[in-house]
Ligand binder design. Sequence first.
Ligand code: SF4
Ligand code: SF4
Length: 367
Amino acid sequence: MEEPAAAPTTWSEFQTASWLRARREGIPLSGTFELTPLCNFRCRMCYVRVDALPEGTRLRTVEEWLDLARQAAERGMYSVTLTGGEPLTHPEFAKIYRGLNEMGLLISVLSNGSLINDDVVALFQELPPTNLRITLYGASDKTYERLCGVRDGFDRVIASLRTLANARVPFSLAFTRTRLNEKDEDAVRRIAQTLGVPLGVTSDLVPAVRGAASDAQELRIPRSERLDGIDLDDACDTPVQAVPSPASLPPEVLEGPFSNCSAYRTAFFVSWDGLMEGCSLMSSMRLKTFEVGFDAAWEGLLSKLGNIRTPERCLSCDLAPYCTACPGRRDAETGDPEGIPETRCREARALRERLSELEAAANVEVN
Ligand code: SF4
Ligand code: SF4
């Protein structure tokens, strides 16, 4: 007879056990709602922003988002992330936020930080978000102008950060490293230190999805060029709760196309126009959530994701240990979650070469 699993004794063991159960049973613990593809910034590497809504489309209303959240919560969702575009540009952001709060959900907000006015601060003071993550794109107005296409972006965001800090609203910072702002990184790190808030750094830019346009490939810095200062590069940006460390996971979870994916079978993403995907990088699942209802969309997603296979070429690829391809990134870069993203193949090769050069140099020094 199989030994019963030991009961968790710490919060982290409990989180891992809940996540594993959710993954086994297909329980949507967390959801991401992309409230809008619109944004007051025009960042050159952004993979979702559009200038205007396509003709004949509209943003979803507060009632629609809250109804969807209610249905998802009935299936197990306890945490929701609001993103965009810039979520604060949604005309009903405050109502959506309040409604989700009344449902008892943990709420994260991903924002560029430039639209945090007195009303928003008062809202977050009254009902603090679980995680308010503000991306700092640089450390000067010049960088913001070059990268984000706005004049006084840095001044505005810094003012918001000060206001939030004074109002004791907790927040964290993110930095997206690109060819146009990498020189600002040290200054951004100092800002985070001065404010006493955590900073996550990523340079994993992906090409535009869902009809947006971007210069991501041109601005992306390959990992072989930045072996120092890698924070989140190997992790994806999907904000899910309770991400266990691989060391605590059973082998079957670490196999297959979603082996590095903490969202698989436990999280979902709904685009501004109501299409459910496995994560924000995907655009091939296209399940019409508002039309068919949450349950049918979620079941459809589980089934579509379950049919995804690792491409044959990758199964026997000796670059695999250096490669960051996953179904989401394959989908964003090739339009197919089983595609081969050649850019990542080139980067994996360059990374392997760089690491062997460093190893050879270290051996020479030792000898
Ligand atoms: S599929 Fe890839 S990008 Fe998407 S959540 Fe999983 S690991 Fe992240
Ligand atoms: S380097 Fe290319 S072929 Fe190799 S595992 Fe990555 S995506 Fe597949």
